[in-house]
Design a protein around this ligand. Structure first.
Ligand code: ADP
Length: 380
């Protein structure tokens, strides 16, 4: 079991044409022993580089890596007692499942009886039948191969597991299955796990804590629900959650003694720009910002169809045109044109809507978030 600590890590790669590629900048993070953290962000943001630096497959250009209280800079991967699972399984094709799992242990002179015991336990934890032990990887499905790769990591009893996009090559159903199995494994073993993914849903469902990254820098570190409900900036707000948060450009405007968010409008739009009253708490916080441009964010679930509401707050109502209807079964996503801004709302499948019709919606303003249009930082 291990605490992993990264201190002011910087990583610069030398490109093929002699140019420098900055992959990580001032990356500091402490992962307590036993925690499951997920590094999440778009492709190229430095997730794999971070994992490879922890593993010892890359050395940082600056900064320190600590594993279990010891500085690991310069320690080769084999001496770090970490197990890594890759996207492409990386099983030895000419070895059986048993041999693949046993290989690393045999190299470390673990007795045969102990190897057998660990492999039997790992197979059962991953729901793999023992008959599979004699088969070669090529005769297994992608999901089974990745389970074997996870099994190979488990039997080494590492002080931490490192996962680099392990589910990316699997079909959707298998991804969900293995996702829950890895989560169960963590509950059972309580070993530190560092998991890299570009998939925000995987990150939300698996991690104790998420590290949201962009362009080699940490954007936010928190538990999944705090990141979802209190994103620090527009990037995090837009990246986490599906469908993404809706953003509206506008101005804070005082009317009739209250503060309103008034959307920037265009003459050509089929519906007027929205004008929505801020709840008292938000209006108080924004009193000094009257007249200033601002961006309002609302998630798709924070809208209601006015037709189905008993007593809608008239100050939160706006008009929109339905552009696309996406039935998902348990819910329906509607893409609305709101004065030339596309807005996705979550609707009940039984609600009746038609494309190109003008309808009235109610925004749950108590859930609205506000961002600085220049920096993108959340202001409330
Ligand atoms: P992610 O895992 O988030 O997709 P990476 O850590 O793989 O991102 O890459 C971060 C940045 O570093 C990218 O811009 C990538 O092109 C660059 N990079 C990664 N590995 C190398 C390498 N071996 N040589 C040069 N540049 C690299």
């Amino acid at each position: 079991m291990a605490e992993i600590k990264l201190e002011h890590i910087r990583k610069v790669y030398n490109g093929q044409r002699g140019d420098e590629q900055l992959a990580l900048e001032d990356f500091s993070l402490t992962i307590p022993d036993g925690e499951f953290v997920v590094l999440v962000g778009p492709s190229g943001c430095g997730k794999s580089t971070t994992l490879r630096i922890i593993a010892g497959l890359e050395e940082p250009s600056a900064g320190k890596v600590w594993i279990d209280g010891k500085c690991a800079n310069g320690t080769p991967p084999k001496d770090r007692n970490l197990s890594m699972v890759f996207q492409n399984y990386a099983l030895y094709p000419h070895m059986t499942v048993y041999e693949n799992m046993a290989f690393g242990l045999a190299l470390r002179n673990v007795p045969e009886s102990e190897i057998k015991k660990r492999i039997t336990e790992a197979m059962s934890a991953l729901g793999l039948p023992s008959e599979m032990l004699d088969r070669q990887p090529s005769s297994l499905s992608g999901g089974q191969q990745q389970r074997v790769a996870v099994g190979r990591a488990i039997v080494r009893q590492p002080s931490a597991f490192l996962f680099d996009e392990p589910l990316s090559n699997l079909d959707a159903k298998m991804r969900v299955q293995l996702r829950t199995e890895i989560a169960k494994l963590h509950t059972r073993l309580r070993t530190t796990m560092v998991y890299v993914t570009h998939d925000q849903l995987e990150a939300m469902t698996m991690g104790d804590r998420l590290i949201v990254m962009r362009d080699g820098r940490i954007q936010q570190v928190d538990d999944p629900m705090s990141i979802y409900s209190s994103p620090d900036n527009m990037f995090v707000a837009g990246f986490i959650g599906h469908p993404s948060m809706n953003f509206f450009k506008g101005v804070l405007t005082a009317k009739k003694g209250f503060l309103y968010f008034v959307q920037d409008g265009t003459e050509q739009s089929a519906t007027p720009p929205i004008s929505l009253r801020l709840p008292d708490e938000k209006a108080r916080a924004f009193a000094s910002r009257e007249g200033q441009p601002i961006i309002m964010g609302l998630r798709p679930e924070h809208f209601q169809d006015k037709l189905y509401m008993k007593d809608p707050d008239t100050e939160s109502v706006f008009e929109a045109i339905v552009e696309v209807i996406e039935p998902m079964g348990s819910e329906t996503y509607l893409y609305l044109d709101v004065a030339r801004t596309t807005c996705v709302v979550r609707s009940r499948p039984q609600n009746r809507v038609d494309v190109n019709r003008k309808i009235e919606w109610v925004a749950e303003m108590k859930n609205a978030l506000f961002f600085n249009p220049t920096s993108g930082d959340r202001v409330f």
